[in-house]
Design a protein. Sequence first.
Length: 257
Amino acid sequence: MADPRRVEFGDFLRSRREKLTPKTVGLPSGQRRRTAGLRREEVAQLAGIGVDWYIRLEQGRTVSPSVTTVDALARALRLSKTEHAHLKDLARDGARGAFTREVVPPAILRLVESLPHPAYITGRRWDVLAWNQAAEEIFAFGRLPEEDRNTLLLMMTNKRTRKSYGAGWADVAKRMVAMFRATHDVWAGDPAFAELLTRLREGSPEFVKWWGAHEVHGTLSGRKTMTHPAKGVLHFEHTSFQANDDPALKLVIYTPV
């Protein structure tokens, strides 16, 4: 059975190859092309590797590209810094244990509860693990079943969340999908991530479309505007921090603007 991470590695290569044109990379257009993007042999040529080797990589075969090869592919495909880092993560070998839901240490719980602005803790799968009263007033995490307390699931499948973002929902949701993609791919094949992916696909046609594009983005701070049924229009600046106790834990704070 193919390694799911290798499959994602190959799919990511293919998605980036199909987004490039010969003109973009300085190659002649040549004969009329039946499909969009570069040909596999053109990418192999630009990266300085054998065509058969590249085909094996794109097919998700169980092969281990060297750091030099990954860097060459990143240059050939004109990857961004975030995309290059993602390709490196997918190329790493090493067995990974099954995902288990994280536990928030008491000290971090007390910190979150003491903050005056909306704040919550998420894990690697973007599950909401803890939150303060200010966050409860905005997001109502406590009213949801535990299995539904996931920020991406809420954004993509929860009607109340979608309505609160109004016309800006698509931009925020699409970026979140690209951010989650970078996390998911290194956990590809894990049952917990597969279960979440199934729920997202079944609950959101937009997710299916954006997921297929295989875009990846890093975590960024920014601004969000939401409409609350009782509080009206709210403007927040959000940022996140990793916990030293467990880097899998992320503290997200919404500061009113």
